[in-house]
Ligand binder design. Structure first.
Ligand code: G3P
Ligand code: CA
Length: 294
């Protein structure tokens, strides 16, 4: 892989390449790399026995056959305002989670894909690209007595990913939970990228340059939902002036908004808004010709 300079605009495969393969499977990560991704994103959760696994949801039923494999292990819980039966990741051991089919929901040819452990992803991606890890719901883990950040830090040290690797972007750690990012800043040394994720619904909290200066005290970048910065070059400029990289999410061919295509949408953000990277479900649609700063 070519040396990546600080000004190269980066392509990050959101959960791998989930427009074409089941999200957060080794198959999906591998496909994203074949499509040219500089990094692949993992969402991290913790099993009952303390193993870091990669999937987006707190629960297993959307992307696996857990209902069939463990029919009696669901719990009736009020989640996001609705009472329903859920199979929570943290109720299952890593061995049990390995028994689940995490591919068939996406299509029959993906039958048998599994939820990977973080360690499996580290080994699969190797030196081919960087990892972009989201610490998912740290406050929920904390309420269960699990320190997600410390588990992650231990895993990084064990795999050597807390040290620089030549030719590969530094590892990115991201979270919506600001206290966790502040802790991470004290725990890790550069060259990790620490990215504070921001929901577009919180855009009103970002009204001047000082807001970004405050983030730069503990992070190297922001990850705004793309709607927050559409038509707001001032926000990107203020972040840059504070020394922060800007990586909006998530670009999807299925939702290009007012643009003719997701490629055109990504081109607008990279060129007109001058963001530093994009997170996309469609890595093959990245406008590679715009990936260098002028
Ligand atoms: O990188 C940020 C993005 O992944 C956050 O959205 O819900 O897909 O984890 P979500
Ligand atoms: Ca994520």
């Amino acid at each position: 892989m070519a040396e990546r300079g600080p000004h190269r605009k980066a392509l990050i495969g959101h959960r791998g390449a989930p427009a074409y393969a089941p999200e957060h499977t080794l198959y999906s990560y591998d496909l994203a790399l074949q499509q040219g991704a500089d990094a692949v994103e993992q969402d991290l959760h913790v099993t009952k026995d303390g193993v870091l696994v990669c999937l987006h949801d707190l629960t297993l039923e959307r992307t696996t056959d857990v209902r069939n494999v463990f029919p009696t292990r669901g719990r009736d819980v009020l989640l996001e305002g609705r009472l329903a039966r859920h199979w929570f990741v943290h109720d299952f051991t890593a061995d049990e989670i390995q028994q689940l089919d995490a591919g068939s929901w996406f299509g029959p040819r993906f039958a048998g894909c599994r939820i990977p452990t973080f360690q499996e992803v580290v080994e699969c991606v190797g030196e081919r690209a960087a990892l972009c890890v989201e610490l998912k719901d740290p406050e929920i883990h904390e309420a269960m007595g699990v320190d997600l950040l410390s588990l992650f830090a231990t895993a990084l040290r064990r795999s050597g990913l807390d040290r620089p690797r030549s030719g590969v972007l530094p590892l990115t750690v991201q979270s919506f939970h600001e206290p966790t990012m502040r802790r991470a800043a004290a725990m890790f040394e550069q060259p990790l990228h620490l990215v504070l994720l921001i929901e577009p619904a919180d855009a009103h909290r970002w009204s001047d340059r000082d807001d970004f200066e405050a983030v730069a005290e503990f992070a190297t970048g922001i990850g705004p939902g793309k709607a927050m910065i559409e038509g707001r070059p001032d926000l990107v400029r203020w972040a840059h002036e504070a020394g922060l990289r800007v990586t909006p999410w998530t670009f999807r061919a299925s939702e290009p908004g007012r643009f003719a295509s997701v490629r055109a949408e990504m081109a607008y953000y990279l060129s007109a808004l001058d963001v530093d990277a994009v997170i996309t479900d469609n890595p093959d649609q990245f406008p590679r010709e715009l990936s260098q700063h002028s």
